[in-house]
Design a protein around this ligand. Structure first.
Ligand code: SF4
Length: 306
């Protein structure tokens, strides 16, 4: 019997998540790098719900695409089969937490099918990785070229939309306002400009995974000022991130952003707060990585019409 397809829903190879962390606090990215090297297993229920939900929806829409194109949906696992396989495969998340969160995600998915059963969209692609060149300062393969994994690409009314699935403990009216300002979604909107007037926009596919479920699909408004400055922002912060990652310096020597907005945050404290509060930096007897601010400014000014 042919093995069914299990869709990978993890981060894309050069995605923006690392840059976003570095933009928030370079040292936080430094601690993340240390965790990646130590293969730290995370125990976050919210992360676990997000991973399980993505697996479920990826298989739901892959099967729907098969049905829409006249191919065999059973080439893919069902959402429930895919979810049941995640705890044995996802090595960056605690399998016990993944299993604990499975019932709430399955319940949310059952409600999702009922809520959107009459949805009229044509599925174009599921978990599609794209490369996004940005006008700026690097060549191919250099920053600021980035990749993104688009959860779902659909067509409705002759226009193409990028959907991003988000699990939430409680959906609020503020969700689209917050996410419209996220570099992840600004980058998708930037990519969508290549589709010109065929592009319908970026949509949040919100799924409330809790005792009571809820489902909403707000569009994300274009935030034009942040969009036009995106290449400069990414280029600048990518260079700093890469300079520190290549430096080999321990995280405790990366620049910190000690602030109630970063160390505490909107939802919870920074996962590395305890280390930051207690780690004592060694004497600095090494050269700091050089971030070419002067060269960057010169190039930037050279590209502005004056
Ligand atoms: S605790 Fe604060 S300074 Fe330390 S990594 Fe987190 S956000 Fe940065």
């Amino acid at each position: 019997m042919t093995e069914k397809i299990l869709i990978f829903t993890g981060q894309s190879p050069n995605g923006i998540h690392k840059t976003e962390t570095a933009m928030l606090c370079l040292r936080r990215r430094g601690w993340d790098v240390a965790d990646e090297h130590a293969a730290v297993v995370r125990k976050s229920p919210a992360l676990a719900r997000g991973v399980l939900l993505h697996a479920g929806l990826a298989h739901y829409y892959a099967r729907l695409k098969c049905a829409q194109t006249g191919t065999d949906p059973d080439a893919y696992y069902t959402p429930e089969e895919a979810i049941s396989r995640i705890p044995g495969m996802e090595d960056s998340l605690c399998p016990v937490v993944l299993r604990e969160q499975t019932p709430v995600v399955l319940k949310a998915l059952a409600g999702y099918y009922a809520r959107w059963m009459h949805d009229k969209v044509r599925v174009l692609a599921v978990e599609q990785v794209v490369t996004i060149p940005l006008p700026g300062f690097g060549g191919p393969g250099e920053p600021p070229e980035k990749t993104a994994r688009i959860d779902l690409i659909v067509e409705r009314g002759g226009r193409i939309f990028f959907w991003d699935h988000k699990s939430a403990g409680r959906i609020t009216k503020r969700h689209p306002w917050f996410y419209a300002r996220s570099a992840q979604f600004l980058l998708l909107r930037w990519f969508g400009r290549q589709l010109a007037d065929k592009f319908g926009g970026v949509v949040l596919n919100l799924v409330q995974c809790a005792d009571t479920t809820d489902y909403q699909r707000p569009p994300l408004d274009a935030v034009s000022g942040l969009l036009t400055s995106l290449p400069a922002s990414l280029s600048y912060y990518e260079r700093q991130r890469l300079a520190f990652e290549r430096s080999g310096l321990p995280a405790v020597l990366w620049p910190a952003v000690p602030s109630e907005h970063t160390c505490q945050g909107r939802y919870s404290a920074c996962a590395h707060a305890r280390k930051c509060e207690t780690a004592v930096p060694p004497v600095i007897d090494t050269d700091w990585p050089v971030v070419d601010i002067a060269g960057y400014a010169k190039k930037l000014l050279g590209r502005i019409d004056r």
